[in-house]
Design a binder for this molecule. Structure first.
Ligand code: SF4
Length: 428
């Protein structure tokens, strides 16, 4: 069934297509290209130097959605990468080895610089070590202190700002020949903050009943421009204003989310989801929930490239300090107790019936501690948790029948609990 696309969807598609068009001709036009990662990205700073960012995880997940990741992963395993390596990495390495044709079918330019703003995942370091070998280009590391004690201290912040001043900005100046212009950065950050306000409004609209959005499956589209090349642009401001108006319209009409198969039916279950989605079978995965009337009202994955719903906004008054705060605040840079408290507050604030972990085989950064976290959230909120396992971009680890069975059993348990029937003790 084909579903009419809303203006925001068309706009996003156009923005992404244009970005890949620019990347395809970047080398011949003499544009500088920086590869960097989504969590803790410094997009505004890159834009202040007129460089084009590339996000390898986004290429990997988009390749998976287009069913191309399997070949890339095989290629990476053929050249020696173990089955246990994060599949985003293998997908990216395999794509490079097979000609570096990006998800849109256009060639991707080689990086002039690898900017590693390390946030909570050791794999990022190893990933760029591999890319440095492939491309023979410099790496700049912005080391982001982990929030091990659940807070950001002034020393951590100073350390970050110092690195921005002494390492990152000089590297970008050297690369581009452009002098750092703080006022220009302030202007870009002001645009970010405007878009962030609207994005939070959209994510928080899920507090309505019925929720007008799915904050996980739909949510990954809503965070797309913010988490990638468009933060700090007028395009992002316009996109989020359009999206906000559409979502407000759905609230006013009492409508639920739009799924790839059309408007969702009656909202029967409200869930909080922890962990990234599976991308190889994304549509099928979503349908397993929407067919059952289960809508995700809040998710942690939509905070991986920035936690905005607890008040953080990029602040143009303190350009480098705000970039430091942003990097340190990303979800995977937070301690496990902080993550538990986020999940528990989502259950309460969004009046969720259940909390479900999608544990992906690839990602240690997300998966470590998830079962313990789930037990703790159950204790704090009194609701029963569920647990499923899939993978990011490796279809070999998506067992559709098994996942569907587990989701259905979990929802039945929630239903039994609601109607006062017998509840299984163990988490599914
Ligand atoms: S391990 Fe997880 S956070 Fe790290 S690169 Fe892979 S998917 Fe990203």
């Amino acid at each position: 069934m084909s579903v009419d696309k809303e203006p925001s969807m068309l706009k996003q598609k156009e923005m992404i297509a244009k970005h890949f068009d620019h990347l395809a001709v970047a080398t011949e036009q003499g544009k500088k290209v920086v590869y960097t990662f989504v969590p803790g990205n410094l997009t505004e700073l890159l834009l202040a130097f007129d460089v084009l960012p590339v996000y390898p995880e986004i290429n990997a997940l988009q390749s998976a959605m287009r069913k191309r990741s399997g070949d890339f992963i095989s290629e990476a395993e053929r050249i020696g990468h173990s089955e246990d390596v994060c599949t985003y990495v293998k997908c990216d390495i395999g794509m490079k080895r097979k000609g570096n044709i990006g998800p849109t079918g256009q060639p991707l330019p080689k990086p002039d610089l690898l900017l590693l703003s390390y946030t909570g995942c050791f794999t990022f370091l190893k990933w760029f070590e591999l890319l440095r070998e492939e491309y023979d280009c410099p790496v700049v590391l912005l080391q982001t202190p982990y929030q091990a004690d659940g807070k950001v201290t002034p020393e951590m912040r100073d350390y970050m700002v110092d690195q921005l001043k002494k390492e990152v900005i000089p590297a970008l100046e050297k690369l581009t020949g452009i002098t750092y212009d703080e006022d220009r950065l302030r202007g870009l950050l002001a645009l970010s903050a405007r878009a962030e306000d609207d994005m939070v409004h959209v994510l928080e609209s899920a507090k309505h009943r019925p929720s007008p959005i799915d904050a996980y499956f739909g949510g990954v589209y809503y965070i797309g421009p913010m988490f990638t090349a468009f933060r700090g642009t007028q395009g992002a401001v316009d996109y989020y204003a359009t999206l906000r108006a559409e979502v407000d319209g759905r609230v006013a009409r009492g409508e639920g989310p739009i799924t790839p198969d059309g408007p969702m039916g009656e909202e029967k279950y409200r869930l909080v989801v922890e962990g990234p989605p599976n991308w190889t079978n994304f549509r099928e995965f979503w349908q397993m929930f929407s067919d059952e009337g289960a809508v995700v009202v809040a998710s942690t994955y939509t905070k991986v490239g920035g936690v905005y719903d607890f008040g953080f906004r990029h602040d143009p008054r303190d350009p480098l300090g705000t970039l430091a705060d942003y990097c340190m605040g990303c979800y995977t840079n937070r301690s496990l107790p902080q993550r538990v408290s986020m999940l528990s507050s989502y259950v309460k604030d969004y009046q969720a019936d259940g909390v479900l972990v999608n544990s992906v085989k690839s990602c240690n950064s997300f998966s470590a501690g998830q079962l313990v976290m789930l037990r703790e959230v159950e204790k704090q909120t009194g609701i029963a948790g569920g647990f499923i396992e899939t993978d990011l971009v490796d279809a070999r680890y998506f067992s559709a029948a098994n996942v569907k069975n587990r989701i259905e059993s979990y929802l039945q348990m929630l239903q039994q609990k609601r109607t006062g029937g017998a509840v299984k003790e163990a988490t599914l």
